[in-house]
Design a protein around this ligand. Structure first.
Ligand code: BEZ
Ligand code: FE
Length: 304
């Protein structure tokens, strides 16, 4: 548009609406006129609209606003290549599970997703089917087995299961370097033509998410506990199928109904059945007494 005369421009200036409490949203949104990225514009429009609504509802004092800024500053400062406090914040506010749910709408019967969490380690060792992933012999023996199948119940051959979990004290190997062996309670297992998997390990325990940062303080101030119910993590994938990042949870755990990160789903709670049977223990290659857990993973085909 050609530039108007000086008097027209002056009129424009006079007609500008300066920022007020009442017009705050419209005033900020108007500055995005030149934004070419449609999606970014849509996202920022929503963020600005909701952020202003929060401020108008809460009416923070200046000190409270500075406290919020300080909280975000501390959250950023504690982050490094291992610690991701922003994801932990998203997890504990239920946002991670919401984003996950929106992005993994599935037909019923397919294994449901849950959060990845900060303790996954890429490049865990490949194991032979049946291997014991508990490398320090600490804990109550567990024998877990099942199948990887498609939505019609047909076995998925060549599926890779990436498995990791906490020890009997509720710690991952990466939280206890020098105490637990590297890659303790982790491993990659590949299914054969029958889709079956089985491995030996120990029963995991519930544990607190990291509480030594701003998220820990936030939970305490909200009157919330930091615990996750006992679980085993799985990423299960195969060529031609949508990979699933999930857990199985130990039925009966105290924290199933109040998981600090909202990761529990009914379909993922399974029985860990205690057995006291020497002969069966010998057959399965575990010490007696031991737990048995069974679970099938149901994968969806990759959409064409
Ligand atoms: C976990 O299960 O490893 C986990 C998930 C989210 C936050 C913290 C830990
Ligand atoms: Fe975990």
């Amino acid at each position: 548009m050609p530039a108007g005369s000086l008097s027209e421009q002056q009129e424009d200036v006079v007609s500008i609406e300066y920022f007020t409490e009442e017009n705050s949203v419209a005033c900020v949104l108007a500055r995005m006129d030149q934004c070419r990225n449609e999606r970014f514009r849509e996202v920022m429009r929503s963020v600005i609209t909701h952020l202003h609504a929060v401020v108008k509802e809460v009416e923070p004092t200046i000190d409270e606003w500075m406290e919020a800024i300080q909280f975000l500053t501390e959250t950023g400062k504690i982050c490094d290549e291992r610690r991701q406090e922003f994801i932990l914040m998203s997890d504990t506010l239920g946002v991670s599970m919401l984003v996950d749910a929106i992005n993994h709408r599935k037909p019923s019967g397919a294994t449901e997703n849950t959060v990845l969490g900060p303790f996954h380690v890429a490049g865990a060792p490949k194991r032979q089917m049946g291997d014991n992933i508990c490398l320090d012999g600490k804990g109550e023996p567990l024998y877990m087995s099942g199948r990887v199948v498609d939505i019609h119940g047909m076995p998925v051959s060549g599926a890779l299961l990436d498995i990791w979990h906490s020890n009997e004290d509720g710690y991952y190997d990466v939280q206890q370097p020098g105490i637990q062996p590297d890659f303790n309670l982790r491993g990659l297992f590949q299914t054969g033509p029958d889709g079956r998997y089985w491995f030996r390990s120990v029963k995991p325990r519930y544990y607190p998410i990291p509480t030594d940062g701003p998220v820990g303080k936030m939970l305490m101030m909200m009157g919330r506990h930091p615990y996750r119910p006992a679980h085993i993590h799985f990423i299960v994938g195969a060529r031609g199928y949508v990979p699933v990042t999930t857990h199985v949870f130990v039925r009966g755990d105290t924290y199933l109904e109040s998981d600090a990160v909202f990761g529990v789903k009914d379909s993922l709670i399974i029985d860990f059945v205690k057995h006291d049977n020497e002969r069966e223990a010998t057959r399965l290659g575990v010490d007696n007494p031991f737990y048995v857990a069974k679970h099938d993973f149901v994968l969806m085909r990759t959409p064409r």
